[in-house]
Write a protein of this length. Structure first.
Length: 248
């Protein structure tokens, strides 16, 4: 199965590529640079599509369309990168796998508070990855699994962090691209996953407390475990008999 990993920026792309073999590259329509693993490698293709859900969706859709037209369609799309973690569940340097990819601010403000577009009668605000895949990837990477919210404006206050946590019970992390990647994957009827490593705490912005280097290193580590996790999630190949049980 071919896998496309979409990051926002080059540093995240390099971190994912650092988990695999020597990558080549090709230029896609729109000037996107797609990093491709050697033929036969289990490593995913990797694309840095830009910051924010719109850029992420546009870049993902371009890569998926190009692959389909070339007769080499992808089987899975992954949004990956660093992000903010909600303390104490997602501390600095930890890995998070989304069991729900949620658009946190897609909706309307009303006198009674925020209303998501689904309650307005149109659209969607959440994509839910395959639970077996989430479990396998989280177990392999030593990650926590839970909701990851997509925002267009990074949280910068304790009040906003508390609001997001109250609105999305169990939320582990926030980032800016997951929902855009998921929308493009859904348009191509492909499964999606989101993997984040935590570089900072969600809340008041304190650049001195950010740990971007360790978060990027954790991202590389997570993708070193990724091919085996996919194999585990897929289970035995069709027609493969289980190993006989040994009796005492």
């Amino acid at each position: 199965m071919r896998v496309l990993v979409v990051t926002a920026v080059a540093a995240e792309c390099d971190a994912v590529c650092g988990a695999g073999e020597a990558y080549g590259s090709r230029t896609l329509p729109g000037g996107y640079e797609l990093h491709r693993a050697p033929g036969g490698s289990p490593a995913p293709d990797v694309l840095a599509a830009g910051v924010g859900p719109a850029a992420a969706s546009a870049g993902t859709a371009t890569a998926l369309t190009a692959a389909a037209l070339a007769g080499e369609p992808y089987g899975l799309v992954v949004s990956a990168g660093i992000g903010g973690g909600f303390a104490p569940a997602a501390p600095l340097g930890s890995v998070v796998v989304a069991d729900a990819i949620v658009a946190a601010d897609l909706g309307a403000e009303t006198p009674d508070g925020f209303v998501p577009v689904t309650e307005l009668g149109f659209g969607t605000v959440a994509h839910r990855p395959d639970p077996a895949l989430v479990r396998a990837v989280a177990a392999a990477a030593g990650a926590a699994a839970g909701p990851v919210v997509t925002v267009s404006t990074v949280t910068g206050s304790a009040a906003r962090a508390a609001e997001l946590a109250a609105r999305h019970p169990g939320v582990l992390a926030e980032a800016m691209e997951g929902f855009g990647v998921a929308e493009a994957a859904a348009a191509h009827r492909l499964p999606v996953l989101e993997i984040r490593t935590v570089s900072n705490a969600v809340g008041p912005r304190d650049r001195a407390a950010w740990r971007i280097g360790p978060a990027l290193a954790a991202l590389t580590g997570a993708f070193r475990t990724f091919p085996d996790a996919l194999t585990a999630a897929a289970g035995p190949a069709p027609g493969t008999a289980p190993s006989p049980r040994r009796t005492p």
